[in-house]
Design a binder for this molecule. Structure first.
Ligand code: HEC
Length: 218
C-alpha cells in the first residue's frame, strides 16, 4: 500500500501521512478523521459507503490530479515571447538570478532544487521551533532546514513558509532582504541583500508572473 517508490498517486497520498518521518499518523487515526462529522457526509456522498483508508487515498489522489500548473506568463516568456511579462517582472527575473541569489535554491522548471536549506524561518523566537530535516539527518546545520518549495502558482498560495508564518509575498521578500534569521546553521546563500523599493517591487512582479492556468476536474 505504501511501497517505495510509489507508483500511483493513491500510494503517494498515504505515504507522507503514515511515514514516521513525516506526519506519522496511524491508519486508524486517518480512518477516524474520515469518519468524523466534518468529513463523513462528503465521503459517504462520494463513495456510497463508510469511509476506509483507501477512500482517503482515492479522495486525496483525485484532488491532486486537478492540480496541473502551466502556461504561466513566465513560461511563455521563457519559450521566447519577450512581451509575455512586463518590464518590472523582467527586471525581477534578472534580480532573481543574480544579485538576489534566489536561483541558488529556486531553480529549474519547478523553481526548486529539491534540497533542504536553513533559511532561519524556524528560528524566529531565538530557539528552533521545528527541527525540520535535522530529525532525519541529525546534522546540526539541518536544525530548521526545510525542502525548497516550488514557486509555481506562488501568488495564489499564501500564507508562506512551512509554518505559514509569513502572510504575504511582499513580506517574504522583506524576509530575504534582511538576510533571513541568523542561527547556527543559516545557509550561506542567505544574507542581507539591501534591495531598493523598486527592486522589491520587481521581484514581486516576477513572482506574480509564475501564476498560470490551473486545469480543474479531470
Ligand atoms: C538557500 C536557499 C534559498 C534561497 C537562496 C532562497 N530561497 Fe526561497 N525558500 C527556500 C526554502 C528552504 C524555503 C522554505 C522555508 C520554510 O518553509 O521554512 C523557501 C521558501 C520561499 C517562499 C515561500 C514558498 C511557500 O510556498 O511557502 C518564497 C516565495 C521564496 N522562498 C522566494 C524566494 C526568493 C524571492 C528568493 C530570493 C530573494 C529566495 N526565495 C531565495 C530556500 C531558498
Amino acid at each position: 500500500m505504501t511501497g517505495w517508490p510509489p507508483s500511483t498517486l493513491e500510494q503517494q497520498a498515504l505515504g507522507p501521512i503514515l511515514n514516521p518521518n513525516e506526519l506519522g499518523a496511524t491508519p486508524d487515526a486517518v480512518v477516524a478523521l474520515a469518519r468524523s462529522s466534518r468529513y463523513r457526509p462528503q465521503f459517504v456522498a462520494a463513495f456510497e459507503s463508510e469511509p476506509g483508508i483507501f477512500d482517503v487515498a482515492a479522495a486525496l489522489a483525485s484532488y491532486v490530479r486537478t492540480i496541473v500548473a502551466g502556461d504561466a506568463p513566465f513560461d511563455r516568456f521563457i519559450a521566447g515571447d519577450a512581451s509575455a511579462i512586463g518590464e518590472s517582472a523582467r527586471r525581477g527575473f534578472a534580480l532573481f538570478r543574480t544579485h538576489a541569489r534566489c536561483t541558488t535554491c529556486h531553480a529549474g522548471p519547478l523553481l526548486s532544487d529539491e534540497r533542504f536549506h536553513n533559511t532561519g524561518v524556524a528560528w524566529r523566537t531565538g530557539t528552533v521551533t521545528d527541527e525540520g530535516r535535522y530529525r532525519v539527518t541529525q546534522a546540526p546545520a539541518d536544525r530548521g532546514a526545510f525542502k525548497t518549495p516550488t514557486l509555481r502558482e506562488i501568488a495564489r498560495t499564501a500564507p508562506y513558509m512551512h509554518d505559514g508564518s509569513i502572510p504575504s509575498l511582499a513580506e517574504v521578500i522583506d524576509f530575504y532582504d534582511s538576510g533571513g534569521v541568523p542561527n547556527p546553521g543559516l545557509d550561506r546563500e542567505i544574507r542581507p541583500l539591501q534591495l531598493s523599493k523598486t527592486e522589491k517591487q520587481d521581484l514581486l512582479a516576477f513572482l506574480r508572473s509564475l501564476t498560470g492556468t490551473i486545469r480543474e476536474g479531470m
